[in-house]
Unconditional design. Structure first.
Ligand SMILES: Cc1cc2nc3c(=O)[nH]c(=O)nc-3n(C[C@H](O)[C@H](O)[C@H](O)COP(=O)(O)OP(=O)(O)OC[C@H]3O[C@@H](n4cnc5c(N)ncnc54)[C@H](O)[C@@H]3O)c2cc1C
Length: 539
């Protein structure tokens, strides 16, 4: 047996495992991905793709394809006792700092196909019909026992990532409790065409008494996914999460009857593509990591299906873990860097669990627009743009900041429009592409202040493989010598959205989060921060 069959073994080729494998390949990490099913999934649980996920897809060059395959949801309508009570438009134009202010409905199996095709382009492939049956780890490696069509095999790797869904064997082998509970009710789902007055490309929530029926658009003429509580005889199922896969799925008439009860007349369901019962749970693994084994996606957390968070959170887990593994395997990561995965993503999962639970339990209530700030603000929290790691270890900010600056270390770095003199406009997100971290130097005068200039020189000389430097100032004329690339920020809009009214440096991590920010006087502290995260620079 070779010393290692692969650096990282990814178990499970759902959306999270596929994102994990794609990201590892993009970072140049040799990895394998195994999947027990012999065929690609046709099951579509997740549908809502959030804004932050679209930003990640854009980084991979996949956002455009996703938008072509999916349906943009134009509004959310709330109907009570047959009357329209609230219509929240979601049809915003792209904002300078938010390129995808929208929710896209893209079926999970199509998302998987998109990621799987991209994995192939990057030189990887899903090994289908290969099931994990056991895991063992020693301090320097992990050995997975797998069942393949040719018999039992062992795969030795440096790290293993369990993306094997709600019933995760990896989690069980790690001996980790999956704390939480299932929700008592069973739900029915129908993927169906709707004849009648229902506005297409919009989501509708029908409320009457304690009954709620959700209809959200999917690709196809007047096609919707409808879900509601099953009030028929209770389903006996050992499964507490996901579709029940029963031999006799609900008849379309059940959904039609529920629709007739909650909506005003004139809607007819036809051409059903599939119907199913399903259940939901809320659970959180007690750890997301044990030694060299990590959990991501449903293997680590389950949320009720309110607000479309499960897959999106899982995709962000993979996005947040791959760069850490890549840094570690390149020899420029510390144990702190790997440990940060669990700290950050478990923090996020805890928050999402509480938020989705609240939303799930109050589905019969109208949106409390006051409490949510505004519909747009409400959308932003579901869009995962406000997910942040503020106050967690590993983030630093130094020096004075204008009071109104919203951006703190631990926040998502916003997009913005810049100009490259003589070459036209580009976006901050164009700068942040690639696999390294990025240091954004903001300054006002003609010259970069000495402290920032010294820091930039040092980074270029000693950390150029890990950190790319970019220089941004309001005025475009007379670029100071040696400062390249120098971008201009007309009107200072980007500096304002970063809260960089004075000369300062921001370190943006490869996952697009602000890890460190400081004014010029404190900029030198970045070196210590990088040493703690990536290890000291080799002489
Ligand atoms: C009704 C419903 C609606 C939902 N809607 C949304 C939504 O709109 N938006 C959203 O973000 N989320 C939604 N979710 C949640 C979403 O479906 C999940 O969060 C998502 O599928 C998790 O992806 P995953 O890759 O972690 O797990 P999975 O999709 O479950 O994939 C796990 C994979 O691992 C494989 N596997 C398992 N065990 C092994 C083994 N031993 N060896 C090898 N392979 C193995 C499985 O075959 C599977 O392919 C919804 C969930 C439900 C139930």
């Amino acid at each position: 047996m070779a010393e290692f069959e692969t650096e990282v073994l990814v178990v499970g080729a759902g959306p999270v495992g596929l994102m994990m494998a794609v990201e590892l390949h993009r970072h140049g990490v040799p990895c394998r991905i195994i999947e027990r099913s012999t065929e690609a999934s046709v099951e579509c649980r997740a549908l809502h793709v959030q804004s932050r996920t679209l930003e990640v897809l854009e980084h991979l060059g996949l956002a455009e394809a996703a938008m072509e395959l999916g349906v943009r949801v134009r509004a959310e309508n709330i109907w009570k006792d047959g009357s329209l009570l609230q219509r929240i438009p979601m049809d915003w134009d792209p904002l300078p700092d938010i390129p995808f202010p929208m929710m896209l409905n893209l079926e999970q199996n199509m998302m998987e196909a998109l990621l799987s095709d991209h994995l192939t382009r990057l030189g990887g492939r899903v090994e289908r019909g290969v099931a994990l049956t056991g895991v063992a780890q020693v301090p320097e490696s992990v050995t997975a026992t797998v069942w393949t069509p040719d018999g039992v095999d062992h795969i030795r790797c440096r790290y293993l990532v369990g993306c094997d869904g709600s019933t995760s064997l990896v989690r069980k082998e790690m001996g980790l409790p999956f704390e939480g509970h299932p929700y008592p009710d069973t739900y029915i789902m129908a993927d169906v065409e709707v004849e009648g007055w229902l506005a297409p490309e919009e989501s509708h929530r029908f409320i009457r008494g304690d009954e709620v029926l959700l209809a959200t658009p999917i690709r196809g003429s007047h096609r919707f996914r409808m879900t509601t509580r099953d009030d028929g005889p209770s389903q006996v199922s050992p499964s507490e999460y996901g579709f029940l896969g029963e031999s006799r799925p609900p008849a379309l008439q059940e959904m039609q009857r529920a629709l007739d009860r909650v909506a005003r007349p004139g809607l007819h369901l036809v051409n059903s593509r599939w119907t199913s019962h399903y259940r939901v749970s809320r659970r959180l693994a007690s750890r997301f990591r044990k030694g060299r084994i990590f959990l991501a996606g449903d293997a680590a957390h389950l949320f009720p299906d309110a607000g479309g968070q499960g897959m999106n959170t899982g995709i962000q887990d993979a996005w947040g873990l791959a760069w850490r593994l890549a840094s570690d395997l390149r020899g420029s990561g510390t144990w702190t860097l790997l440990g940060g995965y669990e700290v950050e993503r478990r923090h996020v999962a805890t928050e999402v669990a509480a938020r989705t639970d609240r939303a799930f339990r109050t589905r019969t209530e109208l949106l409390d627009q006051e409490a949510e700030g505004s519909p747009q603000r409400w959308m932003q929290s579901w869009a995962q743009l406000e997910t942040n790691y503020r106050d967690l270890p590993g983030f630093e900010q130094h020096g004075s900041r204008p009071e109104q600056a919203a951006l703190e270390a631990g926040d998502r770095a916003p997009d913005g429009r810049l100009e490259l003199p003589g070459k036209g406009t580009l976006r901050v997100f164009d700068l942040l592409k690639g696999t390294s971290s990025h240091a954004l130097f903001f300054f006002q005068g003609l010259e970069l202040p000495d402290e920032l200039a010294r820091l930039a020189d040092w980074l270029v000389q000693h950390r150029s493989r890990q950190v790319c430097c970019h220089f941004i100032r309001e005025t475009c004329s007379l670029p100071p010598e040696g400062l390249s690339p120098l971008y201009c920020d007309p009107g200072g809009a980007v500096a304002t959205s970063y809260g960089a009214q004075e000369s300062s440096v921001f370190l943006i991590r490869p996952d697009g989060y602000v890890g460190f920010r400081a004014d010029a006087e404190n900029a030198g502290r970045l070196l210590g921060w990088l040493d703690r995260l990536l290890g000291p620079v080799a002489d």
